[in-house]
Design a protein. Structure first.
Length: 679
């Protein structure tokens, strides 16, 4: 708009533009410079440039928020930014910030905050559990620093557990130095992997230490007892430790039985068949197998034990299978090992042994355990929080009773965790919805005109997120199309491009070119073909302004004539040709005149009765519209059509007309032919 005319006739707007521009330069200069660089607009100190800046105030303020957010991160969490740009954006580090970088930071603030959390946790763990972290990385090391930070931060519980194991292992090593020498083979404890560290068990080291000392005394006879010429002293696996425990037991407890005689009447070369025959069993070797350290003499002794109580080995196997959880629980309570031992086969069927009685008690408790397991299943989050490592099949029965007595606490904790998870989900949902809203203000306003952006409900956030693609798409299309018409004239606030000034017949002193333009417009109104071709004239302007690739996104709406007959003759063929020439969407079939306009001299009320139109709402919903009229005078028809279309979900980008009525308002400054570019 002409700044002088604006100052005289729209002084309030002029002052608002000027003051807003000064405010932007004073308070939002960095954001303004980023916006200007990104928009590629050539601006100067003119009123027109200031008005462009005024119209983009909201976008500049959004960029200002981005800049403040980025500066805060640079000052306080630069390493997190370096992580984001290195890993997510595949850059060499933190770049110099432009519009794209500021937008990327704002859009991905949730991701960056996640990196900050990882770094904070990493620093805390490194200061407290440096030794445990070294052990963890022995088997999980990665050359990338950020991957290593994330891995360590996510392994907090495991690191704490490793630290506990490491502390225990150091005490065991101190107590059993000979066993450690065989185990480590000269390695430092911090060079071990996590899995290898787990193998340092007091029970195993105690047996190994005693066995090493025993070996010094009985080095010649031990190979015969073990049944092997070469014993692997460095091994700490279960079979090796059990063999060494057997040797210790043999020399400590069995010396009195040195004269025990075995009946070798059974002669079989297949060792498994031999053991099955000794036990008189169908199951051995199929349902169960003992370690090699459990030698043939011990099978004979086991057979004698079963014969003494008048039962069979296979009956014991069945008993074990039916009551495996009970037996594991018993062993956990008495030895700390949740396994089934060889001796349990005899103990489970020996009525005088505590295990036999324990199994019977466990059976009666099974119903109670099932009740506790149902509670665990129904309120799993609360149960896992209060009893994280409790197996209800194998734990002590007093623990089962404790679980049932804690029903209210488990339910309360379960509901509390669910509530916290919902709150966290709601928080993330709101953050994402707010980001979508802030980055796409026009798209948000279009799809959610009634939602208060400062007071989003959960339902609002979900609706916004579900509509994210449409909102962003609308924002991008509107930005592209609106920038294409920013330098057009404005009538009733609508960007307008016209080809000629139209001189009403009262003007007689017009040029020949203006007279020719007048007749072209008259002929077009009558549906008469003219030169230049109107559909090519309009089509070329559309292509030049919006670009051919964007025309399929635009709906071209001809403002209807006063009667159906005039409307059809004027626009039907014109729109077919324009659509074929440009690919633009043809709105002509989607607007019908339900009631024609009645002039005042024909109206019973002696006032002009406006036409009534019917719109195909589904066609216009979410469309971007360019209006078209043959002549625009004051823009009332254009403004009315814009209002009607926006009620049904369309967005009017601008308008094109063949002529704009030239008024006496221009006085002595009137030019007889102000535009002659296309004739």
């Amino acid at each position: 708009m002409n700044p002088i005319l604006c100052y005289i006739f729209n002084h309030k707007h002029y002052k608002e533009v000027a003051s807003t521009y000064q405010e932007i330069i004073k308070n939002y200069l960095p954001a303004f410079e980023v916006w200007q660089t990104n928009s590629s607009l050539e601006l100067d100190s003119s009123f027109a440039s200031k008005e462009i800046v005024f119209n983009h105030l909201s976008e500049i303020k959004i960029i200002d928020r981005w800049i403040k957010m980025a500066n805060n991160l640079v000052n306080r969490n630069r390493l997190a930014l370096e992580w984001f740009f290195t890993k997510d954006k595949q850059l060499g580090g933190v770049p110099n910030f432009t519009y794209a970088e500021y937008q990327a930071i704002a859009t991905n603030i949730g991701t960056i905050n996640g990196y900050i959390s990882y770094l904070t946790t990493y620093n805390s763990l490194s200061s407290k559990y440096d030794r445990a972290i070294k052990v963890l990385l022995n088997s999980n090391n990665t050359p990338d620093y950020f991957d290593r930070v994330k891995f360590i931060a996510l392994s907090e519980n495991k690191i704490i557990e490793i630290d506990k194991v490491l502390t225990s292992a150091l005490k065991i090593i101190s107590d059993y130095p000979n066993a450690w020498n065989y185990f480590s083979q000269g390695s430092d404890i911090l060079s071990l992997t996590e899995e290898r560290l787990q193998d340092i068990k007091r029970h195993s080291f105690q047996i190994k230490e005693s066995f090493v000392l025993l070996l010094e005394e009985k080095s010649k006879i031990i190979p015969f007892v073990l049944g092997e010429a070469q014993h692997n002293f460095e091994s700490f696996d279960d079979d090796t430790i059990k063999k060494e425990a057997f040797a210790l037991s043999y020399f400590n407890d069995r010396e009195a039985d040195a004269g025990f005689g075995y009946d070798f009447a059974i002669k079989l070369t297949d060792e498994t068949k031999l053991k099955r025959a000794i036990l008189d069993s169908q199951y051995y070797g199929i349902k169960c197998n003992f370690t090699e350290s459990f030698g043939i003499p011990r099978f004979y002794r086991l057979r004698l034990d079963f014969d003494d109580i008048h039962t069979t080995f296979d009956a014991a196997v069945d008993k074990i299978d039916e009551n495996r959880n009970a037996i594991k629980t018993y062993n956990k309570e008495h030895s700390g090992n949740e396994v089934v031992f060889i001796e349990n086969y005899f103990q489970s069927v020996s009525e005088n042994h505590p295990l036999y009685k324990y199994i019977e008690t466990y059976r009666t408790q099974k119903e109670t355990r099932e009740e506790a397991k149902n509670l665990q299943s129904q309120y799993c989050k609360g149960y896992d929080a209060l009893y994280p490592f409790t197996n209800l099949d194998t734990c002590d029965f007093s623990t089962v009773i404790q679980v049932l007595n804690s029903r209210s606490a488990i339910i309360e904790k379960h509901n509390e965790i669910l509530k916290l998870e919902r709150l966290e989900e709601q928080k993330k949902c709101k953050e994402k919805a707010t980001t979508i809203m802030c980055l796409n203000p026009d798209g948000f306003s279009h799809y959610f005109p009634r939602i208060n952006g400062y007071c989003l409900t959960d339902e609002d956030c979900i609706s916004i997120i579900n509509k994210e693609y449409d909102i962003k798409n609308y924002q991008n299309i509107k930005k592209v199309l609106s920038s294409s018409v920013h330098n057009w004239d404005r009538v009733k606030g609508i960007p307008l491009y016209f080809f000629w000034y139209y001189y009403p017949v009262r003007f007689t002193d017009v040029s020949s070119e203006s007279e020719k333009a007048r007749r072209i417009i008259w002929d077009f109104k009558e549906g008469i073909s003219v030169t230049p071709s109107i559909h090519r004239l309009v089509g070329d302007k559309l292509k030049a302004s919006f670009g051919e690739d964007n025309l399929s996104k635009i709906t071209f709406v001809c403002i209807p004539a006063s009667t159906n007959e005039a409307n059809n003759s004027r626009y039907r063929a014109f729109m077919v040709r324009l659509t074929e020439y440009t690919g633009i969407r043809n709105a002509f079939p989607h607007i019908s005149i339900e009631k024609e306009k009645i002039p005042a001299h024909l109206s019973e009320s002696h006032t002009t009765e406006p036409a009534i139109y019917k719109f195909d709402e589904s066609f216009f919903k979410d469309s971007f519209v360019v209006l078209f009229d043959d002549v625009v005078t004051k823009g009332r028809s254009m403004d009315t059509m814009k209002a009607n279309l926006e009620k049904i979900g369309a967005t009017v980008i601008g308008a094109i007309s063949l002529g704009r009525t030239y008024s006496d308002y221009f006085g002595d400054n009137r030019r007889p032919h102000p535009f002659s570019g296309v004739l």
